[in-house]
Ligand binder design. Sequence first.
Ligand code: ASP
Length: 472
Amino acid sequence: MQMKFMERTLIGDLSSKKGEEVQIKGWISVSRDQSKMVFCDVRDRSGKVQGVVFGKPEVLEIAKTLKSEYVVSMTGMVNTRPEKAIKEGVVNGDIELEITGITILNAAETPPFDIMENSYGKDEEVRLKHRSLDLRTERMQRNMKIRSQFVKKCRDFLMNRDFTEIETPLLTESTPEGSRDFVVPSRHNPGKFYALPQSPQQYKQLLMNAGFERYVQIARAIRDEDLRADRGYEHTQIDVEMSFVERDEVMAIIEEMIISTVEEMGYEVKQKPFPKVTYAESMKKYGADKFDMRTQEDKENGILAYAWVIDFPFFEKTDKGDWTFTHNPFSMPKAEFIDDVLKGENIENILTTQYDLVCNGFEAGGGSIRAHKPEIIRAVYKVMGNTDEEIEDKVGHMLEAFKYGTPPHGGIALGVERNVMNLTGEESLREVQAFPMTRKGQTSVMNAPKALAPEQLVELGLSIKKLDNDKD
Ligand code: ASP
């Protein structure tokens, strides 16, 4: 049957089209064959509607073949439901679509799990293998949309305040953030490797040297870490850097951004302005540098409890007994400790300008004012046991750039996943990423990591040593 051309109406808009004939396109969620009538729930990105077919034998015949996840185009009349059948508070609860035409755009096999069940308690490997189906669930659609809104609102807030969005390279040299690097071999430079960025830290500081003054990037950070519920190999940061600012100015603008973003999204913030807690107080009171200030009632009401943690120690001892940085080697020590850093004295008591944003028990972000003078960066690396040659090799490019009039600057990175976990109430980072890795570090859907073909290895100048734990 040829259907006359009609513009598509989104299912979420059907309520405003009562008494009209419309065309919808989407997926069958469920369909119930009651012999003379077929009821089916149809959904698209905007919502769901109940449709009913009766009285039209040729349409009824097609309707009887419909199964879950079939893709259809339908025409129908938007009818107001009788008073008794109205479902209050449900999208399209006041209407029903009397279906007058059906075109099947694509059939579907029975999916490996029920899309309507929102995948709670389902085998995660199966979910990740068929991730595009898992993403069809209401839960995952909602999570992805909340994530998108959160990022958009933060970005808009900053763009309205004269920030420039600038992309930095993915193939780069290691930036220390306290994790191992993922490395990428180079065909043109056999035996040499790029590192994927653990953060854009050095580039964003160089952008301050370049005079942009206000930088933002929705940046991917890639770290070879032990995987945990709130930690993956890849995460996204709202990465910010500002020139001519003091610590409290960075904290203030970020606090304003977070409050306006989450309040616009309909959330309630427990305490404004965010309380500021020193690292020492936090350790004493909570035994950790992140904490959850919510009461049970706050938790039930989805309230967000933010706080700042400040005055962290700059250095800590490694297992081998050497000094290393606690957060960021490029941070500025607090003013009263700059002399100690320059002299390499009183190391265990030196505090940094680092600030962490904590929310509902998670570290939601962190940043610092940076050392904009080469001698301070050099002194920090000296404290960490580097020789002059090692310093040159590791941060020579920063020391060189910073000779030519680097403004005082500071910044922060907010973890998108951890923030969105708080907004959605999800307990795993994998629930707020579209295509996360499995717990064992396998990509969802695609098959990585995997072995390279022998020709690729030759081209890259690599040979693979047989590892002890190799099978056969
Ligand atoms: N680069 C830091 C991080 O990724 C954030 C910052 O200090 O701006 O955690």
